[in-house]
Design a protein around this ligand. Sequence first.
Ligand code: G3I
Length: 364
Amino acid sequence: MKLTSIAAVTVLAASILYSVSLTSSADDAGTQRHTVPVDSPLRDLAKRQDLLIGTAVDYDAFNADTVYRERIATEFSSITAENVMKWQLLEPERGKLDFTAADELIAAAKRSGQKVRGHTLLWHNQLPTWLTEGVASGEISPAELRNILRKHVIDVASHFRGKLYQWDVVNEVIDDDANLRDTIFLQNLGPGYIADVFRWARQADPKVKLYLNDYNVEGLNAKSDAYFQLVKDLLRQRVPVDGFGAQGHYGVQFGFHSASEVMTNLRRFEDLGLETSITEVDVRMIMPPDTVKLQAQAQGYSVLLQGCLLARKCTSFTVWGYTDKYSWVPGFFTGEGAANLLDENFAAKPGYRELQAVLALAGR
Ligand code: G3I
């Protein structure tokens, strides 16, 4: 969908509503419900919607920057480790699992009354070199790879058993042409590796919600259709899949889906029995930012949150970092940035105000 003047009007309307200090509201039955002022932290507003609101956490920044750390505690009810639960970081040397950084984040989350999303048991990126090189050289055979993968999933999921509420069990296993992604796992183990990984994860942690997670699957398209088919196939085989995560990496120059399209997409997965989540939202722009781009960015955040709130079982909404001070975007997209809710000085951008307004006004 292209950005239209309607989008700008919607943002404007939300800003006007924001400027009206909402301190009370009534539900459909006319009864007074628990209310939260619109300028409250996101986690307080989201609680009222029975929604967990999260951020990815940059471990190094978390340790080095007090302002960054404290704002995470006040603003969010869920965290995701941006990198430190990935295989490359957990096991840089074969056989030596190091959970120190991940455990520190989990402990901090507990102190702040936050839940933790696990990210991710299996991804084709950020794999340890000993694994990728071993497979490439033939030193690690397909049979051994399967054993290594099973051990990884069971060891990691067992370590975190009971400490996470959701796990991105497989991340980005479908490619941009809507086919199973051509990875060392597909090449060596065949398509059944996805079912295997879910079963091993369930075996190791019986309660955590087990997710598939990917980008470009927020709306209705060939890639989300492929996931829909994959989930149906897995459920038919009684594979324990519990959730579908749409990452939500947007760019203002590409436009966004409508909230209703996001809702429709999430609901079809929910109709299969899954819960859903929006897992990695950021809305980048070509630098430098200006007022129009920032308003458009607010709209990008808004449609994803609205789509989630309109769906029936969308349980969490996570942004992939919350301040432009720490963002993966400029390092990956030359000339782009400013993708987060707060600027580099932790000042709120229109996107932040928009999320507050949507959370305050939604009648979920
Ligand atoms: O750990 C090294 C450090 O030792 C070194 O000094 C530094 C120098 O650049 O690099 C560090 O590693 C970087 C790592 O982030 C930790 O900061 C890698 O180079 C860098 O590639 C890596 O980027 C991460 C990226 O995934 C990898 O593809 C981003 O931080 C992270 O935000 C991003 O997250 C992914 C999600 O997991 C899945 N969905 C897409 C999302 C965005 O790409």
